[in-house]
Design a protein around this ligand. Structure first.
Ligand code: HEC
Length: 265
């Protein structure tokens, strides 16, 4: 009996998750009828980070896909993220506002690959291709954290940042610095660190049970975040010195300190 009850509850949880995930506007890249209505074009990439070389792709403009996904009411684009989902379920999010500000493309064919559509590349120990869809940015020198290059994509969805990041999102967004700090944290940190157990697990959780500001000397925090290797030899945390100013890290710290008041494991 108890087992049945547990099973039922589990099913219920799955149903709730499935229905809330489906509520957000989504473009299914596997539905070719939707794609065929768009204009394909050849684009040049001078600096493809996956192949470390110049590339030419056949692609659809991301803006054309986004124009089919509209956000409801008078909501601010800055409060939404675009969620790119790959074939294996891996998700990458970026700010909707950023995506509207730079021309991105959804590539579906490598023009040097002949009839195969794609050329293979080394990914860890595997040899894979970006098939079926790959997000690329023709403008050289864009920040790859802000403008990610995910591949093997199957869908593109719009979702409020507060929903996608869940309990890591600040409940108090009246404070402009906390809000800006969270934008930076979600761009550079959340893929490795969780806050209130929401986020990545490569690095440590930063709020539960103790907030980082409760045991880490605050005047050292900014230095650590900008360049962890000057504190710990062999650290796995990348350097953010060239991407984040001292002011930026202070905004991230403002956000993290706000979460001390919003502990919710
Ligand atoms: C690629 C993964 C990765 C990213 C991205 C990353 N970190 Fe880390 N971080 C780690 C790892 C791993 C550790 C812990 C061990 C170490 O020092 O290598 C760590 C440690 C920390 C610590 C010290 C925690 C403690 O209790 O010792 C803080 C604070 C921190 N990171 C904040 C940040 C912030 C803020 C960002 C975004 C600007 C960020 N990290 C981005 C991987 C990451």
């Amino acid at each position: 009996m108890n087992m049945l009850k547990a099973l039922f509850q589990l099913l219920l949880v799955f149903c709730i998750q499935a229905s809330s995930a489906n509520d957000w506007p989504k473009f299914d890249l596997t539905r070719t009828d939707q794609l065929k209505a768009l204009n394909a074009q050849a684009i040049d990439i001078s600096h493809d980070p996956v192949y470390s070389s110049a590339k030419k792709y056949q692609a659809y403009a991301l803006a054309d896909i986004l124009s089919q996904l509209s956000i409801t009411g008078d909501q601010d684009a800055a409060d939404w993220v675009i969620v790119f989902t790959a074939r294996d379920g891996y998700k990458v999010a970026m700010s909707y506002k950023d995506a509207l500000s730079e021309p991105g493309f959804i590539a579906f064919k490598d023009l040097a690959a002949g009839s195969d559509n794609w050329q293979p590349f080394q990914f860890g120990k595997k040899t894979i291709t970006p098939e079926p869809y790959y997000l690329v940015w023709p403008k050289a020198g864009l920040d790859k954290w802000q403008y990610p290059w995910p591949f093997q994509l199957t869908s593109i969805a719009l979702e409020p940042a507060s929903s996608y990041y869940g309990k890591a999102a600040p409940a108090n967004i009246k404070n402009a610095d906390v809000k800006k700090g969270f934008v930076l944290f979600s761009r550079y940190c959340i893929r490795c660190h969780s806050v209130n157990l929401a986020g990545g697990s490569v690095g440590p959780e930063l709020n539960i049970p103790k907030n980082i500001s409760e045991y880490f000397q605050e005047n050292e925090l900014s230095g650590f975040i900008r360049n962890a290797s000057t504190y710990r030899a062999g650290t796995q945390m990348p350097s953010f010195e060239n991407l984040l100013s001292v002011h930026d890290t202070q905004l991230i710290i403002d956000y993290l300190k706000q979460k001390k008041l919003e502990k919710d494991p």
